[in-house]
Structures are given as C-alpha cells and as structure tokens.
Design a protein around this ligand. Structure first.
Ligand code: UN1
Length: 521
C-alpha cells in the first residue's frame, strides 16, 4: 500500500543559487565577517538537504587552532569565574536580545542546513531565546544549602563554583538550540565554552558564534568566553581527550556516546551525554483519539522523524489499534511534503542519503519480520531537487511483536505500531528497548496516568500524559536513562552539572569538637 498524495507535494524547490543568497544575507545580518569558499574547496562542504547541493566550503579548524581555542577558553575562565554571576547573566541577556532580533535569520539557516520546516526552525530559535531567559534568572539563583551541623558553634554549607571549560558537541538535528542550552547555562555558571557543531551544520554555527561575539563586545565580556571549532572527528576527539576541558556535553548517537563517555572518564573528566531515543506512546482504551492522533502525527512525522524525541513506537490497546492506525494513515496522507521553507509544508527532507538508506533497510527488515508497512516511499518533489535530496512519506508499520529492528533508533520517520491488552504489558513494551529518553501515555484514566509516571511505570527521562514524546519545554531537565546516557541539560537543576560543589564547615566557636564524637588527645 502506498501513500499517494502527490498533490500535497509542492513542486518547486529553491535553486542552489537562491539558497546561497539566503545564507549570505542571514550571515551578514548576524554580523559574521567569515569568508565562505566556493563549493568543492578545501574544507567542510556546507550542503543543504533541500536540494542536495553543496553551497559553500567552510574552513576547518586545525589541530593547532583547536589547541589554541581551548587555551583561550582556559585563559578567559580565570576572569570569568570571578565575575559575579548576575553580571555574567548580562551577557546571556544580550545574547537573548540578539536572538530575538535575528530569529528569522537563524531560522532560515536552520531550514537550509537541517531541512526543518520554517515553523519548527523558528521554534528552535525560540528555544534558544527561552533558555537565555531561564539562564538570566538562574544567574541570581545558583543556590547552595546550609545544613544543620552536629557540632555547636559550627556552620555547614555548600557552595557552587564554576567548573572550567565546557566542550559542547552538538548534532545536526538541533543545530542551534542544543548549543544554546549548554552555552547559556554554562556561561552564567561561570564556565567558558568550546563548541564543536555537527559537520553537517557549519553555517548555523558561524551565525551563533557571530551573535555571541557581538553580545560579548556589547557587554564588555572577555571575547574568548565562547570559541567555535569546525571540523570532523579528529578535532572532536581532541576536545574530548584534552584534560583542560572539565566537562564534555555531547549530544548525538549512542555510537558517539560510547566513544565519548569512556574517553572522558579515562581522564576523570565529567561528561553529560544526551544520546539516542526510542520513544513510545501508549494509547489506552479511554484515550481521546483526536488528541492522540494529533500528538502522534506531530511527534512521529514532524522534523521528518529526525528528533531524538521523535515518536518511533505506538503501543495501542487492542480495542483501539485498528481505528488509530487508520486515522494516523489518513493524517499522513494529507501531510504536505517538500520545500521546508514554504509555509504550507509540514514534512521536509531527510538530512542525507545515508538516512534514506537506513530507512529503506529498516523497513525491509520490518517487512521480513512480518510488519505491514504503509508509506516510506521516496517522493520526487521536483524543481531543482537533485539526486542528493531525499524526501520521503512517513511510514506506519504494524508489527506482530517488538523485534530487533524496533529496538534500533532509525533516524527517519518510521512509526512502529504494537498492540497490548494489559497496562503492565504496555509498560513492559515501553521499557523493553535499550534507550530511555521520552515516552507518553494517552489516557483519560488517572490511575493509568499516575501508574505510567510512577516508579514501576515508564523508565524514561521524560514521561508525558496526553501529549506526544517530542517538543519539550526548556524549563524541565532534558535527557534520559540507559543508552540515552543519563545526562540532563536545559532547565530545572541541570545547572549543577556545569558547576562543582564544595562542602564548607565553618567553626565560629573557640572549641574544637570533632564530628562523630571522636576524642583525640
Ligand atoms: C533533540 O532532538 O536532540 O523536546 C532535542 C524536543 C526539543 C528538543 C529535542 N525541545 O523535541
């Protein structure tokens, strides 16, 4: 069965030259003076998934320059860590203002490099603005506790201090927001930042760097509090292995995390990992199906299935599964697929050919496992879309059971549907995968909702009720368990990962009583 919906697919795409113009305009507005090379030059090939074209060549950071960037960040840390936190907040406040001013420019770059539809690209920039506001407030709330001492005339307390240089490694799919989550919080915590973005999104990184540098000039902050290094694995490993980097905050695949975690641990550095997800929604018999279908379609097909929070599994009660699948399939048919910079489009391209191949491979395996696949075909959106552009219809796959392929995170819009009869069974299926990022239940039964969020419920870092698995707000801590890596970024008390804690005991008496009643001499 196919999802024939060609009328929904806009037939023209912008030309590579038009996209180059848009990039130049956005970067210029952001204040970047960086020279971009012609495609095919020596360096990173900045391409666009919209058409598959290489747009520019971006100069790569050398090993020596990476070393200097870390040294600069170490040097500026010395002054930054003793700058009062609310004064540090002023830098982040200025960054937030510049982001408001350049929201559309940054959104354009996110669309061109990551392929996000305009509304989601702007949403990502809004997430940056939100975290800046959060971090500014946080700059006056880096609280330590005072603890009751067992000794008279003593005070016991905790103080929080800046950690040092934070190495930030980000993925293509949230090319700007994840940098902002880390950077806004790290900066108010008194850390300095060296950022290695994905090789797939060097242009958005250039724009962010230009904005933070402008903000630093505007408020008189040290110019090197944030440094950008651009390149591949080699400089990423250099950042990970450098003992001057106190914390490595890495977002990406489980495979990447398997490399980063042990390497940082080897040198007793700290790491914060936000890795893959395999997020499910349970749809209970009492679910409001209108709500469930909307939540599922946004989380499963939105961003062309390329969020770490993308819904990859639906675990539906046997009494609702047929209706649900029918309604999701129907909704999928009406999703406009094509140029993500066109207002009406809801599903843009996959990032590259490998993603498409992975999707095809996963669907083949699912079929061999007895899955019934609807959708998942490549769409010709016409225009200038070359061989290198990969647009697909999102796929719904009814599976007889949760086979190995369902346990994998395929970074593409594939939604596996599983069936359950008891809530215990549904929770077991939810938790049976190796990843533990996000999860949801659609139910109007409060007992089921509470059970899902309880200790014997979902084992994920995010457990939602009556909303999808994606689109978390910045105010909460973001991250998950098991192979997702255990790190928490963004809101709540995630800031504690970016600081070091000291326990202070102060004796203001003239005696020297020892703890635990010990007498010595
Ligand atoms: C990611 O995909 O790495 O919850 C981050 C969400 C977004 C963040 C996703 N706020 O979907």
């Amino acid at each position: 069965m196919t999802l024939e919906a060609t009328t929904n697919h806009p037939t023209t795409l912008p030309s590579a030259d038009e996209l180059r113009d848009r990039v130049r305009t956005a970067l210029k507005a952001a204040g970047s003076a960086i020279e971009l090379g012609e495609p095919g030059g020596h360096g990173l090939q900045a391409s666009t998934p919209l058409t598959g074209d290489v747009l520019f060549t971006v100069t790569e950071t050398t090993v020596g320059e990476t070393d200097s960037a870390i040294a600069d960040a170490v040097q500026s840390f010395a002054a930054w860590r003793v700058t009062p936190a609310p004064v540090r907040g002023a830098l982040v406040a200025r960054l937030g203002e510049l982001l408001v001013e350049h929201k559309a420019d940054l959104g354009t770059l996110v669309t061109i490099e990551a392929g996000k539809i305009t509304s989601e690209a702007l949403g990502e920039v809004q997430e940056m603005i939100d975290i800046c506001q959060f971090a500014v407030g946080l700059s006056r709330q880096l609280y330590g506790r005072t603890i009751a001492s067992e000794r008279p005339g003593h005070r016991l307390m905790e103080t929080w201090h800046p950690l040092g240089v934070v190495g930030v490694i980000t993925a293509f799919n949230f090319p700007v927001a994840v940098w902002a989550w880390n950077t806004a919080v790290a900066l108010v915590c008194g850390d300095t930042v060296v950022w290695k973005p994905s090789e797939l999104t060097p242009l958005t990184a250039i724009a962010c760097q230009a904005l933070i540098e402008r903000a630093a000039v505007d408020v008189g902050a040290p110019p090197n509090v944030c440094r950008l290094i651009q390149g591949g694995r080699e400089i990423g490993e250099q950042l990970v292995d450098d003992p001057r980097v106190a914390l490595v905050s890495a977002t990406g695949s489980v495979r990447m995390g398997r490399q980063v975690g042990p390497r940082v641990a080897q040198r007793f550095g700290k790491s914060l990992l936000e890795l893959g997800g395999n997020n499910a929604a349970i749809v209970a018999p009492s679910a409001d199906l209108d709500l469930a279908v909307r939540g599922i379609v946004f989380s499963a097909a939105g961003t062309a299935g390329q969020r770490c929070t993308t819904m990859r599994r639906v675990i539906a009660h046997s009494s609702v599964v047929d209706t649900l699948v029918e309604r999701i399939t129907l909704a999928y048919r009406s999703l406009p697929i094509g140029d993500p910079s066109t207002e009406s489009t809801l599903v843009g391209p996959l990032i590259h050919e490998r993603s498409y191949r992975d999707m095809v491979g996963a669907l083949e395996t699912a079929r061999a496992d007895g899955g019934e696949v609807v959708g998942g075909e490549r769409v010709d959106v016409g225009g200038d879309a070359g061989e290198g552009a990969f647009y697909v219809t999102p796929a719904v796959v009814r599976m007889p059971s949760q086979t190995a392929v369902v346990h994998d995170e395929t970074f593409a819009p594939i939604l596996y549907v599983l069936t359950y009869d008891t809530l215990d069974e549904a929770i077991e299926l939810n938790n049976a995968v190796p990843q533990g990022l996000s999860s949801a239940i659609f139910t109007t039964d409060m007992r089921e909702a509470e059970r899902f969020m309880a200790a014997d419920g979902s084992d994920c870092g995010i457990a939602n009720v009556n909303i999808g698995t994606s689109g978390a707000e910045i105010g909460g801590a973001f991250g998950g368990e098991k192979q997702t890596g255990g790190g928490r970024e963004s809101g709540s008390d995630s800031w504690k990962s970016y600081m070091r804690r000291a326990t202070n005991t102060v004796n203001y008496s003239s005696e020297l009583p020892l703890a635990q009643g010990v007498h010595f001499g």
